[in-house]
Ligand binder design. Structure first.
Ligand code: GLA
Length: 342
């Protein structure tokens, strides 16, 4: 039996597919998978039964894609019977699909082999999402679900895939607000943003926008059309904000300083990366107006989904603040990444 958590991303949004930097935390909402090894099914196919998802839908596609990716690297059992349960809300920006993939992946790999390599599972699950759903996502969600740490965040370098544990400023509480505007990545302009960032990198002659620094921005402006330039400004400034956040977390940075970076991130996501919606901007503004909130921004892929608000627990009780948000909100606690349950 294994558990894989959902995630929040504190900073570093829409940077992962440009080899950039992110600051996610795995949170206390999990997909749990119980599995036993069996003989292979007679026709070699999957069966999926669910009261909530009678046809299996996306979940069946994802489970099959994860098994196929694991099989390709010799990490799938010949056959398995598994049951899954989840309290990660769907379509709310907490990466329910990554948690599902990682739970399936870790359960199957644990049946197939004694030495389980979480990094290989995270990579296989990312490939499964691309193959199964056609979403060209970066490595953020699967790595956060695998490598989160209790009580803190991780600094993720999406080029080397190295992670470093980061302690958050004392008293910072993570609250996620569901905008109620649901979206699927496959049906959103997410893939356009990926393509635009790749196109901008090509025109600038770099492998990825990760290779562009704040100092390079004026020169880039002379080469790129305004639309692509806005994407560059977002990725470059967002990477810089992650570096600044990690530095302040390593030092004596405050909740308010981290909150200010989160606010700047929203402005950049809304104006330069253009992944917000007016209704989400309004929700962000309403969250910020509440006492105790030190920063708020759209989180995840965007175009709806959820808002992350940082609450200073020294100034207000996070649960009381969450109850006053204009949309359903939960206080989330950073937890360890995917693991086999004792
Ligand atoms: C989604 C994708 C991630 C990442 C975020 C935006 O969650 O799955 O790979 O690109 O959007 O930061």
């Amino acid at each position: 039996m294994v558990a894989a958590p959902g995630r929040v991303n504190i900073l570093g949004e829409h940077t992962d597919y440009s080899d950039g930097l992110c600051l996610p935390a795995a949170v206390d909402r999990h997909v749990v998978c119980a599995a036993i090894a069996t003989e292979p099914s007679e026709d070699g196919r999957f069966r999926f039964e669910s009261e909530d998802h009678p046809s299996g839908g996306t979940w069946l596609v994802l489970a099959e894609a994860v098994a196929a990716e694991l099989d390709a690297i010799g990490l799938a059992p010949a056959g398995a019977r598994a049951g899954l349960a989840s309290d990660v809300p769907e379509g709310a920006g907490l990466s329910s699909s990554a948690a599902f993939e990682v739970a399936c992946g870790l359960a199957l790999a644990t049946l197939a082999s004694e030495a389980v390599d979480l990094a290989a599972i995270a990579a296989a699950c990312r490939r499964a999402e691309a193959a199964g759903l056609g979403v060209p996502c970066g490595p953020l969600d699967q790595i956060a679900s695998c490598f989160g740490i209790e009580g803190g965040a991780i600094l993720l370098d999406c080029r080397s895939l190295d992670t470093e544990a980061v302690t958050l400023p004392e008293g910072v509480a993570l609250v996620v607000v569901d905008s109620g505007i649901s979206r699927t990545l496959a049906g959103s302009p997410y893939a356009d943003r990926v393509r635009e960032c790749e196109a901008a990198a090509r025109r600038l002659g770099v492998a990825a926008l990760r290779d562009v620094s704040l100092e390079d921005v004026p020169a880039a402006q002379r080469v790129l059309p305004p639309g692509l330039m806005r994407r560059v400004r977002h990725v470059v400034s967002e990477n810089a904000r992650v570096v600044e956040a990690a530095t302040l977390c390593r030092g004596r940075g405050t909740t308010a300083e981290l909150g200010a970076l989160v606010d700047e991130s929203h402005a950049s996501l809304a104006h330069d990366h253009e992944v917000s919606l007016p209704a989400v901007d309004d929700l962000v503004a309403a969250c910020r107006a509440l006492p105790g909130v030190v920063g708020a921004r759209i989180m995840g892929a965007g175009f709806g989904g959820s808002v992350l608000a940082l609450v200073d627990a020294a100034a207000a009780d996070p649960a009381e603040v969450a109850a006053r948000f204009p949309a359903p909100a939960v206080v989330l606690r950073p937890v360890d990444g995917a693991h086999v349950l004792p």
